[in-house]
Design a protein around this ligand. Structure first.
Ligand SMILES: NC(=O)c1ccc[n+]([C@@H]2O[C@H](COP(=O)([O-])OP(=O)(O)OC[C@H]3O[C@@H](n4cnc5c(N)ncnc54)[C@H](OP(=O)(O)O)[C@@H]3O)[C@@H](O)[C@H]2O)c1
Length: 239
């Protein structure tokens, strides 16, 4: 049995990943988010606010008698789309809580958990090209995603030192038609200089669908892509 633990399973990429996982033979999915409006056989939802780090710290990772366990840290928060100096303090803190602190804590719990003897472990962190490219008005988001890439690379190096063969991946999806992109298009032009470009992605049908992206993430997992590099982008994946 393969057990998928997926954060941000209520919407967008996370929901598509959870539904795709459930099409696989002998799979179960534990979804984690603040809200949830769907159910399916094999899917269990856990309510957790990843911004509340005390709750994240006391959260017990769901456990199943699986021979493969895959943690997908997908939940993400863009924050206020405003230049630093104009953003809310609360939004800045929340970006780092959800996008990096909670991810590090979830990885720590996951790597510290004993599953069935010989069980394969994978962590897939959903990162972003914004972790490598400067996008004015997204400073905290860019910084948090850069941190996810570095966290992932460093954890992989740590596992290599101890001979632990858990797989660690930090892979950005490209631009995807989810509520997050809707928030981006809704930003004010005086705050976000690139808002028209992002509106054009939508009108030119340049956004990938969450289902296409879930398909590609599974292609990465099943073909062991980026296993050595750790960090990658679905933009570089051709199926
Ligand atoms: N869409 C894109 O173009 C794009 C591009 C690059 C990277 N990404 C990354 O892809 C991932 C998924 O994004 P998406 O586009 O699918 O966004 P989305 O549709 O807005 O979904 C975000 C998910 O994260 C969860 N989430 C947000 N804050 C949370 C919190 N405090 N506690 C628990 N869960 C929380 C939401 O669940 P609740 O609201 O129910 O809590 C939701 O399920 C993110 O990490 C994002 O940074 C997206």
């Amino acid at each position: 049995m393969t057990h998928y633990i997926i954060t941000g399973s209520s919407s967008g990429i996370g929901k598509a990943l959870a539904k795709k996982a459930l099409t696989k033979n002998n799979s179960v999915v534990s979804g984690i988010s603040r809200t949830n409006d769907w159910e399916a056989p094999g899917f269990t939802h856990h309510v957790l606010d990843l911004n509340h780090l005390k709750d994240v710290i006391s959260f017990s990772l769901p456990h199943q008698p699986a021979d493969e366990v895959i943690l997908i840290n997908n939940a993400g928060y863009l924050g206020d789309i405003k230049r630093v100096g104009n953003a809310s303090d609360e939004a800045l803190a929340r970006v780092f809580n959800v996008n990096i602190s909670a991810v590090a804590i979830m990885m720590n719990k996951f790597l510290n958990t004993d599953y069935a003897p010989g069980a394969k472990k994978t962590v897939l962190n959903v990162s972003s090209g914004a972790g490598s490219y400067v996008i004015p008005a997204w400073a905290s988001y860019c910084a948090s995603k850069a941190a996810v890439d570095m966290l992932s690379k460093t954890v992989k190096a740590e596992l290599d030192e101890t001979g632990n063969n858990a797989r660690i991946l930090s892979v950005g999806p490209g631009v995807v038609d989810t509520p997050m992109q809707g928030e981006i298009r809704g930003a004010a032009a005086e705050d976000f200089s690139r808002v028209e470009e992002f509106k054009t992605f939508k009108t030119n049908n340049e956004l990938a669908s969450p289902d296409e992206i879930a398909e590609k993430y599974f292609y990465v997992l099943e073909n062991n892509l980026f296993a050595d590099e750790v960090v990658g982008s679905l933009r570089d994946v051709t199926m």
